[in-house]
Design a protein around this ligand. Structure first.
Ligand code: ADP
Length: 412
């Protein structure tokens, strides 16, 4: 691939030489070695062909009429994509001045004339390989630089999020310590704030530690068999008082014959809790949240597989399509400022849920319409052990999704 992202089956070499015989011989030699060849008879034509064809490498003669090889080399370096293309200059043997100048004007390497036809294809191949490797390094460096920037933004946002609850804890404790005659009702209110802010702080720290543990592969996964229904009931129990307060109905539909799952129960409960909690936060008073599960069968890498798909829907504010992926990415979430729940949320719930689900080979995604509610889905593959213990083939319903969705749900 060239620097401008052009993908070619055979690398294209641009040969710039005023001597027709040399061009014919170079073409023959390189085409036999599997390269594509374009020719130019002087530096000026060479530069315009470079702009037109975007070759992968340039072979440049030094002495040419009008624009010579040195000027052509310097010119190509200033063209779009010319800064990184390998340029091999063909100089006279022992012509030290030309060799020095070639490097000065930006040549990658030189080969001496008369050309050694055995070595030339190896030379070209080597330069192409080296330039590809440098290109990959450059891209990796750019990626690291932008990740580093995103990490800085994440760290500064996290420190800000840590500071906010700490500031209110400190201020309200100061008031309580300084003013002993505060009204008991008010005292209680301040203590409630201190408590809820401390809980928020704990949640935030727990989330940061979880992300660090998962990303550093230090998470200890305590896998065991469990029933999804129990996990959903436990997660729902925690939400019950909140739901009642806002008049939100929660409808749960988990088939009794759903196969047991084999994973870390607490982590899966963390995913379900997060989805339920978000559904609650973004739901209008009196709305309905639904959570249901189904067993699906399909193929993954050509092999039959089965998985459980869990869906959580709400009638809340909804999410714009452009943010469907952003909300699962902790770095872009902070940078793009998509979090609508600042400062209450941590913006880490969905990224952590994705880490957990993908750890088990599943998938998590959202479908939503702004203003009309959202449905979050996650899938977990059913392990062969589960299949044995559950006799899943008897209980499975045929998937209703199309092949593409099946593949996605299966983690493929
Ligand atoms: P938080 O702890 O802040 O809720 P999450 O990672 O769980 O962090 O969610 C990140 C963001 O995704 C939220 O701030 C919100 O913008 C959006 N979001 C998540 N769930 C929903 C939902 N059910 N409805 C609307 N927006 C949602």
């Amino acid at each position: 691939m060239t620097d401008r992202g052009i993908e070619r089956a055979t690398p294209l070499v641009l040969v710039v030489d005023d001597d027709l015989n040399t061009r014919i011989l170079v073409r023959e030699c390189l085409e036999q070695a599997g390269f594509g060849v374009e020719e130019a008879g002087d530096g000026e034509k060479g530069m315009s062909l470079f702009e037109e064809m975007h070759p992968d490498i340039v072979l440049l003669d030094v002495v040419m009429p009008r624009v010579d090889g040195f000027d052509a080399c310097a010119g190509i370096r200033n063209l779009e994509g010319g800064g990184t293309v390998p340029i091999l200059m063909m100089t006279g043997l022992d012509d030290e001045d030309s060799i020095n100048r070639a490097y000065e004007v930006g040549a990658t390497d030189f080969t001496s004339k008369p050309v050694n036809w055995v070595i030339l294809p190896h030379r070209v191949r080597y330069l192409l390989r080296a330039s590809r490797a440098i290109g990959e390094l450059r891209r990796a460096y750019e990626e690291l630089k932008s990740l580093d920037k995103a990490k800085d933004a994440f760290l500064s946002s996290v420190s800000h999020e840590l500071r906010t609850p700490l500031t209110s804890i400190r201020s309200f404790s100061d008031i309580l310590l300084t003013y002993h005659d505060t009204d008991p009702e008010e005292q209680r209110e301040f203590l409630e704030i201190i408590k809820s802010e401390s809980e928020r702080l704990t949640r935030l720290i727990d989330n940061i530690l979880d992300i660090a543990k998962i990303e550093g592969q230090k998470m200890i996964w305590k896998d065991d068999f469990f029933r999804l229904e129990e996990v959903v009931r436990d997660a729902a129990r925690v939400q019950d008082p909140l739901l009642a307060e806002k008049g939100i109905r929660l409808r749960i539909a988990i088939p009794a014959d759903l196969p047991a799952l084999h994973a870390d129960r607490d982590r899966i409960q963390q995913v379900v809790t997060n989805l339920l909690n978000n559904a609650f936060k973004f739901s209008p008073a009196g709305g309905t949240i639904r959570i249901w599960a189904e067993t699906l069968r399909g193929k993954r890498s050509g092999e039959p597989c089965a998985w459980v798909k869990v869906s959580v829907s709400d009638q809340g504010v909804g999410i714009e399509e452009k943010d469907f992926e952003v909300i699962f990415d902790r770095l872009s979430q902070v940078c793009s400022d998509v979090m609508t729940d600042k400062p209450g949320g941590t913006g880490l719930g969905l990224p952590i849920s994705r880490e957990i689900v993908t750890h088990y080979g599943g998938n998590i995604w959202v479908e939503s319409r702004k203003g009309e509610g959202s449905t979050f889905f996650f899938t977990l593959p059913i392990t062969p052990e589960s299949l044995k213990t559950n006799n899943i083939s008897a209980s499975t319903t045929e998937p209703t999704q199309n092949e593409q969705k099946k593949d996605r749900a299966c983690g493929g």
